[in-house]
Design a protein around this ligand. Structure first.
Ligand SMILES: Nc1nc2c(ncn2[C@@H]2O[C@H](COP(=O)(O)OP(=O)(O)OP(=O)(O)O)[C@@H](O)[C@H]2O)c(=O)[nH]1
Ligand SMILES: [Mg+2]
Length: 387
């Protein structure tokens, strides 16, 4: 089974251009000084979130991405041109992980957000930099440092506000379909044939939220049973989870036990996910008399020692489904806006081998400005990647 929301790519930043050795040669100027220019910095590789994309499928076929190398320096103190950066566009919600170290480099959660994933190499120094009172004709130069190379795993997390959880047959798909056919308009959004569906529940012109319907979980899901954890990760960004419990399972199993199974799987998979706001939604209340249903639900609540929100619905007959959506909308509006300026939005820090530069620091002229090394101006970045 393939999922289009994962892709492995390799990114290669450009190497820094080498410094060069040169001497000024002009008529009437004998013994002109050293004038070998520095190389240019190599281009870096960036990921950039783009709301016009919604899958990573292109990157399954286009795996290698390389930024430009910095040009070598030239005589007459000419500095080599810096290599152009490479910007790779990915759908909003993509997470980038270094496949070799399993380090999460960052999440791209907002349109336009950029993340540096491979640092371009620094430029080498020309021989003009090595001029000193004791060595007026230096024959030293340094080469540019190599650009960083990384193997990346890109994963697309669905950005849904609400995630549906439950055993198979709990009625999750029925629920998302029912709220789509009901008054609050839902635009069905098939992610792919095999991965979860997203539905937009529209309360009115300005107010809507997105629900993710994922395949049911079964016991052992956290260890990979059934469709396993591949789908659970889609719930990581949800702001509230609706746990649907079938109060009258056709297989005669105990609904309280079933509900407990889901909660245990959630805790095993990721305690952070288990700690998310979660509402208990008893489904299929149409199958029982009201008092009977109330009794079953009460028993489940006690068995789980549940103290959170509780709803009774029939997804099939659309009983209380509108009310549930209304409550979800109200709840989401009480939550603070998502923080997109936090850690995630920043560039990743890189381990950088600067030994090549340190070794030449001593011989530098006074007018050499050390800060030039860190001069990273992202504003003028040239986008050379096209989808
Ligand atoms: N009577 C009744 N049947 C329901 C209700 N909700 C769902 N069902 C039935 O339960 C069965 C399973 O519903 P689905 O919506 O496919 O369940 P699901 O949770 O999406 O299941 P998976 O996708 O396998 O995880 C279907 O036969 C539905 O018709 C309900 O409120 N009342
Ligand atoms: Mg389903």
């Amino acid at each position: 089974m393939k999922f289009v929301d994962e892709a492995d790519i390799r990114v290669e930043a450009g190497d820094g251009g080498n410094g060069t050795i040169g001497f000024r040669r002009e008529k009437y100027i004998p013994k002109g000084g050293p004038d070998g220019g520095d190389g240019g910095d190599g281009g870096s590789v960036y990921l950039q979130a783009d709301e016009n994309l919604n899958t990573l499928i292109d990157y399954r076929f286009e795996r290698f991405h390389r930024a430009e190398r910095g040009q070598n320096g030239q005589g007459s103190n000419c500095t080599g041109r810096a290599g152009a950066d490479l910007t790779i566009k990915v759908p909003v919600g993509t997470r980038a992980t270094d496949s070799d170290t399993a380090e999460v480099l960052g999440d791209l959660t907002k349109h336009g957000q950029r993340l540096k994933v491979a640092q371009g190499g620094y430029h080498g120094l020309g021989n003009a930099r090595f001029k000193s009172s004791v060595n007026r004709a230096p024959r030293q130069k340094t080469n540019g440092t190599p650009g960083e190379i990384r193997n990346l795993k890109l994963e697309l997390m669905l950005l849904a506000d609400v995630g549906l959880l439950g055993l198979p047959n709990a009625g999750k798909s029925t629920f998302i379909r029912s709220v789509s056919a009901a008054k609050p308009k839902v635009a069905d959004y098939p992610f792919t044939t095999l991965v979860p569906n997203l539905g937009v529940v529209r309360q009115d012109a300005q107010r809507s939220f997105v629900i993710a319907d994922i395949p049911g979980l079964i016991e052992g899901a956290a260890d990979g049973a059934g469709l396993g954890i591949r789908f659970l990760k889609h719930l990581e960004r949800c702001r509230v989870l609706l746990h649907l419990v079938d109060i009258m399972p056709a297989d005669g199993s105990d609904p309280a036990q079933n509900a407990q199974t889901i909660i245990s799987e959630l805790e095993q998979y990721n305690p952070k996910l288990a700690a998310k706001p979660r509402w208990l939604v008893f489904n299929k209340i149409d199958l029982m008399l009201e008092e009977e249903a109330e009794e079953v639900c009460q028993r489940i609540i006690e068995a789980l020692e549940w103290e959170g929100e509780v709803f009774h619905i029939s997804a099939f007959q659309k009983i209380n489904t509108d009310e549930l959506c209304k409550q979800v909308m109200n709840y989401l509006e009480t939550l603070p806006a998502e923080d997109t300026t936090g850690e995630d939005a920043k560039n990743t820090e890189f381990q950088w081998d600067s030994s090549a530069h340190e070794s030449v620091d001593d011989g530098l002229d006074d007018d050499w400005d050390d800060d030039d090394w860190d001069d990273e101006d992202d504003d003028g970045v040239e986008v050379i990647y096209r989808k």
